[in-house]
Design a protein around this ligand. Sequence first.
Ligand code: ZN
Length: 557
Amino acid sequence: MRGSWRALSVLVFFLYIPGAEAYVRTMSPSGRPLYWPSPRVLLQVNPGNVDGISSAGLSSLFGIAANAWQLPDSTASIAYTINPGAPAASNPDSINSIYFSSQSGSPLDWGIVALTEVFYFVSSGQISESDTAFNDSQFIFTANPGSTGSSIGTRIAIYLPDVATHEAGHTLGLDHSTVNLSSMIYTAFSGQFSPSGDDTNAIRTIYPAGGSRSALTGYVEGTAGGIFGAQVSAINLATGKIEAATLANTDGSFRIGDIAPGSYAVMMEPFGVSTSTVSAYYANVDHHFCGINRFRRSFYAACNSGGAASVVEAVSGGSTSLGTLAPSCTQMGNPGGAPTSVAGAKSISPAGGTAFGTLLPGQTHYYKVHGVSGQLTARALSFSLFSPVDVQVQFLNADGSALAGASSVDNVGSPLPGGKINYDSSASANVPQGDYLIQVSAAASRVPASAYSAGYELLDADGHYLLALGVNGSFGPSSITDMQGCVSVPNSLQNASYDPSAGSGDNESVKTGCGSLNSSGGNPFSGGMMQVLLTALGVQILLRARRLRPALVRKRR
Ligand SMILES: [Zn+2]
């Protein structure tokens, strides 16, 4: 219990961050993931604020965050109650406080939108308390959906549930993510109040409520062994969405658990721009193996697959081992050549399958399917994978002419919550036995960086895409690929370790500041102006982190 605490170490890392990873759990410095042993968390909101939001308004707005994390297949639950007596301070006092910084004696640093501090037991990783401060001195929290990023006078507006949902994720033990449109991405954006599949997968994994789910496991390897912190994403081919992503452990091993059964492609990518956005456990992750560059995004695929990503089957209630995953230092490109003409179209099996390639704006690629019949579906993903091209996929007759009865959806599922556009595409057709073409074309203009939830930072320079063809609901046979022969990333520079002596007290806390805004969601700044602001924020916050990190130690008796 608390009476036995000897010391409380407060680790401070203000995270500002541009990057993009998967769902990430908050870790203790010694590598223990944090969680609530009883995940029904009551948060007490001190309603005092200078933004003019009433108690009733706060109750309603925080209720949106509570609903966001209320999942039918998880035991986790967050509830908010308005309590004018809730401490306007982050202290280990048995009260999970939510308060506005204007009401506390210690305002948040400039550029910090909100700060969640989680107290936990070092020996078990069990969370005992969570306190969150909202910076109403610098930002204006509103009840207007879509207002995040717009300016009101000299201040930047934020729809309160956008940040409240994100902070509630921290309360539950989630760290910052770099999956596009994840609520846990480190930048604030319009629509953040709606968790992504990656977010909900994280909560299901930490706080499961039964059900028959699936898992993918494997080992990400370079020439010097496992690659700590490599991000691995499972892309559900039937939905065209990243179902879940995770970071590799210190030895390169990973497990993506609690995903829906089905067919997946798997993507590897390096850790996002800065590790200062996530738990100190990851502080030594450095993926600049390839000269001064990080390794490149790539797919789990046979070494000489010619541009086909392996399709892996996640079986109900089971775990599928992928063996070795070998990332690359070279860009995806177009293995075997770019299929830029009908005559040069690449073949995809009539049983279904995948293809990947790289498009320039305005360019078109062609694929052909011989002797196929039935219901065809195709998805082309680029936006979801932080690629800058706006793709559209279509079925055509073998001669390149329009296919009667075929349909194509550009920007599938748009608008997303918060008004964002999803630039991915899907197509379908019901066809008699015959040969057909699949056309993947890129719009003449690149997708604006402001369309991505982390702005420029996670955006790839190359216009890669993943094409998945389903035939009567199947994406072809499962293909476990041994990539041992493709291992080429020279990761000998990586210090794949953490400090095992850290966290020697009985109890300590982790602070996670959320301090940058993306240039999205209807804000009136031009991209360039916003980028200046982001840079200024980064410099300010990173300098402070260096100065503060070793200095803050609290004692308690
Ligand atoms: Zn955050």
